[in-house]
Design a protein around this ligand. Sequence first.
Ligand SMILES: CC(C)(COP(=O)(O)OP(=O)(O)OC[C@H]1O[C@@H](n2cnc3c(N)ncnc32)[C@H](O)[C@@H]1OP(=O)(O)O)[C@@H](O)C(=O)NCCC(=O)NCCS
Length: 203
Amino acid sequence: MKQATATKKEDTAHTYPRSVDCNGTEVQIDLLRAGDEAELLAFAQSLPEHDLLFMSRDIGQPRVVKAWIRESVELRRMPSLLARANGRVIGCTALMHDDHSWSPHVGELRAVVGAEARGLGLGRQLIQEAFTQALASGLDKLMAQMTTDQRGAIALFESMGFRPEALLAGHVRDRSGRKHDIVVLSHDVAAVQGRMAVMGLGE
Ligand SMILES: CC(C)(COP(=O)(O)OP(=O)(O)OC[C@H]1O[C@@H](n2cnc3c(N)ncnc32)[C@H](O)[C@@H]1OP(=O)(O)O)[C@@H](O)C(=O)NCCC(=O)NCCS
């Protein structure tokens, strides 16, 4: 079953780096680390602008990447992963959540894979890894947002149990000034865990 579901929190944390097979390509998945700034920035700048619109900030800007690494590595508030093949970054994830907000149980999952590495199964593997990090953090609900024309991304998240929850019209504006709609998908991790436990499938 492809749908990402939950097990006990203490069983869920993965150790990194780990290698995964993506359609015959060996991919190393590792935690984002302090020395990764230049590589991450180069990867972000290689992506078409449209693939970055689902993020609240433009990760093609050095100061945004610097702040991301500080949040993730120094402050340990945003678990993030990098995927590399042949030593080059080809994808990344970030899990945003704020223990001090009124939604400490909610996380937002972000994932992007470089155009040349798409369709190999890496996006699914990365989202599963980030989902595992969310479970290990004890989050009950996960969100993901993307522009409504990212059909592949929507299909992928839906196949993992996410469901559309909101449509935000004209919510992001690209560098040329054009506005785009955003769809918010969510996954009620706690409810799925509960249903599985009732069916005796909790493990
Ligand atoms: C979403 C994204 C990470 C997926 O990466 P990927 O490595 O190509 O994904 P995968 O190869 O694991 O494909 C996952 C599934 O989506 C399906 N898929 C891919 N593109 C599709 C499309 N246009 N329509 C329908 N399904 C599609 C694949 O067939 C695959 O299904 P399967 O596992 O049943 O075979 C990538 O497209 C991306 O970076 N998009 C831009 C950023 C974005 O919008 N991110 C989402 C916001 S969090």
